[in-house]
Design a protein around this ligand. Structure first.
Ligand SMILES: Nc1nc2c(c(=O)[nH]1)N[C@H]1C(S)=C(S)[C@@H](COP(=O)(O)O)O[C@H]1N2
Ligand SMILES: [Mo]
Length: 376
């Protein structure tokens, strides 16, 4: 190949950019390992973020954004480095198709994340772009593991000297600055209506699916019971209590709810709604039943089996809601009663609650049960 001297201003800029990029690029194996680590951080922080609904958890979302944009830079370097191995068919080996697929999924995961943050949403069937982002991110786990099987270099071979470490650190700084820039861009484009969780206010997200209080009815996967008959239903309070209770609807709600609270329902599909909820304070229920001193957790179980548990102090302040905006709950929103757990994400707000159980331990199986609830 012959190298011609660059001509004109554009040529000179191109050369300057190329040489700056060359100076910024960490060594290949450092890039590869940094990608693996960044993907791991993204998957863990992304999943962990599902459990953060109060502003004290905002750092998880910041970390996820900054590392995500750093990953974009790393992937850029990597794709540039291997471009010839992909474009020349003769250079393909049996792992190349998988690598190409991995590159596509990675770019799609990053792209949907950034698109969402900038206010975009193109729903596909029941999926928001945020759901799609989560799905693509999770798909990366098996792909990266498989890729490591085919292209593994021991971390001991990684030439992470001072300079490589500085370059990698500089990329992280660039990723963080890029994240600040997307936040600023979002404020101008979208008026910063997103919560720190990334969720957007409802109304326009799912115009067709609103019912009752004017916010979406969302059920996790296949949980879709028949309407619960208020007259036949009772709320059972069980477990570590002096007196087990079976409360009919009228004892719970009477003519008007005992207590009203304002709380934000924030679904991991990416929407939130701030509502006034009416019902009974769970602490009052526990006091009527006489919760034991050994009690540490309270578990709320739906007629469908879907369930969640909260540490007892938090549970006491939660609400078993029968009303929203002064109206009895609609079926879709969990009538006769649903959990309102301020500071928790929507999937933890169990609908159609029929049992409240006072327990000594938490319930690790609840994670699995919520995922598969409704598939019988
Ligand atoms: N029993 C049961 N409770 C549930 C769900 C479910 O599928 N089954 N979905 C959860 C999810 S993911 C969310 S976001 C909220 C949605 O509440 P809404 O339908 O009133 O908006 O309910 C939660 N409670
Ligand atoms: Mo949700």
């Amino acid at each position: 190949m012959s190298k011609r001297p660059p001509r004109g201003a554009i040529g000179r800029i191109r050369v300057a950019v190329a040489s700056a990029l060359r100076r910024a690029e960490p060594p290949p194996r450092v890039v590869d390992w940094a990608i693996a680590v960044a993907v791991a951080v993204e998957v863990v922080s992304g999943l962990y973020s599902f459990t953060r609904g109060a502003p004290s958890g905002a750092w998880v979302f910041w970390l996820h954004s900054a590392v995500g944009l750093t990953l974009a830079g790393l992937v850029g370097f990597k794709l540039y480095r291997v471009r010839r191995r992909v474009t020349a068919r003769a250079a393909w080996d049996r792992f190349t198709p998988l690598s190409v697929l991995q590159a596509i999924v990675t770019l799609a995961a990053l792209g949907t994340g950034v698109f969402w943050v900038l206010g975009g949403n193109v729903p596909v069937l029941a999926w928001t772009t945020l759901n799609l982002h989560v799905g693509l991110g999770l798909l990366l786990v098996p792909l990266v593991l498989w890729h490591l099987r085919g292209r593994f270099h021991s971390p001991r071979d990684v030439d992470l000297d001072r300079r490589a470490a500085l370059r990698t650190g500089a990329l992280l700084v660039a990723g963080t600055l890029a994240w600040r820039a997307t936040e600023a861009a979002d404020r101008t484009l979208d008026g910063a209506t997103r919560r720190f969780t990334g969720s957007k206010p409802t109304g326009d997200l799912y115009e067709t699916e609103t019912e009752g209080g004017g916010f979406p009815v969302t059920s996790w996967v296949a949980d879709d019971p028949d309407p619960v008959d208020r007259e036949a239903w009772t709320l059972s309070v069980r477990g570590l209590v002096e007196d087990e209770l079976d409360l009919p609807y009228d004892d719970l709600a009477g003519d008007a709810p005992e207590r009203e609270v304002e709380a934000t329902l924030d679904c991991t599909s990416g929407w939130y709604t701030h509502q006034r909820w009416g019902g009974v304070r769970v602490g009052d229920l526990l006091d009527s039943a006489g919760a034991s001193d050994d009690a540490r957790y309270v578990r709320f179980t739906s007629v469908t089996g879907y369930r969640w548990s909260l540490p007892i102090e938090e549970a006491r302040d939660a609400l078993l809601a029968t009303h929203v905006r002064g109206e009895p709950l609609s079926h879709g929103h969990g009538a006769p009663a649903r959990l309102v757990a301020p500071g928790r994400r929507g999937f933890q707000w169990v609908k159609w609650v029929e049992t409240v159980e006072v327990r000594e331990r938490g319930d690790p199986m609840q994670w699995l049960v919520t995922l598969i609830s409704g598939f019988e």
